[in-house]
Design a binder for this molecule. Structure first.
Ligand code: PEP
Ligand code: MG
Length: 595
């Protein structure tokens, strides 16, 4: 039956797959607010916290406004309203009142906002004017946005999601994604967000189909509407008719069949047709993914992102807590190796407990993040190094340092590692072997200095996600420039090739653990560029293995040579689409024809 209400919204496909289910619209209101007293000496800090939340809210409103402006005609009011909301964040009665309450009543910013909203509402109500009553709702909307930014994610917005729901939200942070239970959530769509941010990476790891950058989403979907998410094409279909539903159900069933077929490869060793071994490992975002990693046939964990230890909590985990979590993981891996990366917060990956210290920079991606933060706050780094060292006594562990840009940083980290080990010894904790210490190569400077870095590193892991971001100067989480984000840009590929060659020259292991490691179109190219170790989201591993099983190493090398000879990114994309085998046949045919 034709459903007259069916309509489609276009966004960016950030995690493949098809999800069909009732919409669960994340309500920006109704957030539970804690109230507590602020000691006199902390008042300035609380005001700073408020102003940081105001800045974040303003930024978010600007982005939403830009989205609204690109909507078809008729949506102008939304943009105007959002502009008005922004206005309410500077010098307004709301902001002035909240500042006053923090100073005089010494209460936390969230509670002060709630009190001020109530006071404004009461005074407008006393005037008995419909226009003012509507303005009171606007004040509340702005206040609640502020509260959400202040609280960050101390509460779970998905706690009451009915099974099979499709989440619809303005924005989903990596911390939000970590709270999603794939058994309850079928997929999600958002207004903001690019394809390479951490929410996208987590969605892919969890196997949750997702689409971001959908301008008219919040206006187009109501709670309970049936929604289809096509995470490959970036489509969101709302209230589909019977024919559309049937089509997508068939597509979903086909994808399930393909995934099941690939599962049979689990125990097949990843060898090329000429017998060359490739190491395939899994990236781990959350400990709960460990079963998926083991089932995928991964030979170990090539990247353990430890940010999960710091997410969705107001405090920092101590050494014992970190050690216990890592020990359990190492134990569960039963002798398979794990590469543990030290904390990589900052940029788009914010951890609540760091408050403003991390998120304040004008350019957070270029600011105090990852190992820069670790070396500025040595206690943070030392605690983590101690926990990792202790875990290394329970199985094979390597330590990976994110965002390295210089030899000096690696020397400092190694010195700290040795010092931490001595301190553990003094506490009577013996570490049998100091684990290998390696650097993420994800800043162009690190790639270009790879020969020097190889002298102070035991291994390299190439982070193609950030390497792309920093080489092309494209914010990986911004949907407005997502079309320019291209990990197959010749400049990025040259840096990958150079890094792999430097590692080979120095005889140290090198792996690649960015998202292209899990893209089967890139497998031949990456092998041809000199990589023999790839680490990826566990759900993507079987398809990459299938690619390897069909490929001979000389074919991969020839393919990489053809790709690297291109000067136009579009040509590279076309070659990747065609694949190494077809490309080789093409060259052979051309030769035959004497072209
Ligand atoms: C990368 O940058 O490629 C990477 C693997 O690290 P992350 O995505 O966690 O920044
Ligand atoms: Mg990175």
């Amino acid at each position: 039956m034709k459903n007259e209400n069916e309509h489609k919204e276009q966004g960016i496909g950030i995690a493949p797959g098809i999800a069909i289910g009732p919409a669960f619209v994340i309500d920006q209101t109704g957030v539970p607010v804690p109230e507590y007293e602020i000691p006199a000496h902390q008042v300035e800090k609380e005001l700073k916290r408020l102003h940081s939340a105001i800045a974040k809210t303003q930024r978010q409103l600007s982005q939403l406004k830009q989205k609204a402006e690109s909507l078809p005609a008729g949506a102008e009011d939304i943009a105007l309203l959002l502009e008005a909301y922004k206005g309410m964040l500077s010098g307004s009665r709301l902001v002035r009142g909240v500042e006053e309450l923090i100073r005089t009543s010494r209460i936390n910013a969230e509670a002060a906002i709630q009190r001020q909203i109530a006071a404004i509402k009461a005074s407008f109500a006393a005037m008995d004017d419909a226009y003012l009553a509507a303005r009171a709702d606007d004040v509340k909307e702005v206040g609640v946005r502020l509260i959400r930014h202040l609280l960050q994610q101390h509460y779970n917005p998905f706690a009451d999601v009915p099974a099979g729901s499709v989440i619809i939200a303005e924005e989903i942070t990596p911390a939000d994604t970590a709270l999603m239970n794939p058994e309850h959530v079928a997929g999600f769509a958002t207004v903001l967000g690019g394809a390479e941010g951490h929410s996208a990476i987590m969605a892919r790891a969890l196997g949750l189909p997702a689409v971001s950058g959908v301008g008219g989403l919040m206006q187009g979907v109501k709670a309970g509407d049936t929604v289809i998410i096509d995470g490959r094409e970036g489509h969101v279909v709302i209230n589909p008719d019977a024919a559309t539903l049937h089509h997508y159900r068939q597509e979903a069933a086909k994808k399930d069949r393909e995934a099941n077929k690939l599962k049979s490869l689990r125990n097949v060793p990843p060898l090329t047709t000429d017998g060359k071994a490739v190491v395939l490992q899994a990236n781990l975002e959350l400990p709960r993914d460990i079963d998926a990693a083991l089932e995928s046939g991964a030979s170990g964990i090539g990247l353990l992102r430890t940010e999960f230890l710091f997410m969705n909590r107001p405090d920092l985990p101590d050494e014992d807590e970190q050690f216990e979590t890592l020990r359990k993981l190492v134990h569960k891996l039963g002798g398979k190796p794990v590469t543990i990366r030290t904390l990589d917060v900052g940029g788009e990956k914010l951890a609540t407990a760091f408050g403003d210290a991390v998120g304040e920079s004008v350019n957070p991606a270029l600011g105090l993040r990852a190992i820069r933060l670790g070396l500025k706050e040595p206690k943070l780094l030392d605690t983590q190094l101690a926990a990792i060292l202790r875990a290394s006594a329970h199985g094979p562990v390597r330590i990976l340092i994110p965002m390295v840009s210089s030899v000096a940083q690696m020397k400092q980290v190694r010195a700290r590692l040795l010092q931490v080990e001595r301190r553990l010894q003094r506490r009577g904790i013996k570490i049998p072997n100091i684990p290998p210490l390696g650097a993420m190569i994800e800043i162009p400077a690190a790639a270009l200095a790879a020969d020097a870095l190889a002298k102070v590193c035991d291994f390299f892991a190439i982070g193609s996600n950030d390497l792309t971001q920093y080489t092309l100067a494209i914010d990986r989480g911004d949907d407005r420039v997502a079309d320019l984000y291209d990990p197959f840009h010749p400049a990025v590929l040259r840096l990958i090739q150079f890094t792999a060659a430097a590692a080979w020259r120095a005889n140290i292991p090198v792996s690649l653990c960015g998202e292209i490691a899990g893209d089967r179109r890139a497998t031949a190219l990456l092998l041809g560029l000199g990589l023999r170790e790839l680490s990826m989201g566990p759900l993507r591993l079987p398809a990459v293995k299938q690619e390897i099983l069909q490929l001979a190493m000389p074919q991969a090398v020839a393919f990489a040579e053809t790709v690297m000879a291109q000067t136009d990114e579009a040509e590279i994309k076309a070659l990747l689409q065609k694949g190494a085998i077809a490309a080789e046949e093409n060259v052979r045919d051309k030769r035959k024809r004497g072209a």
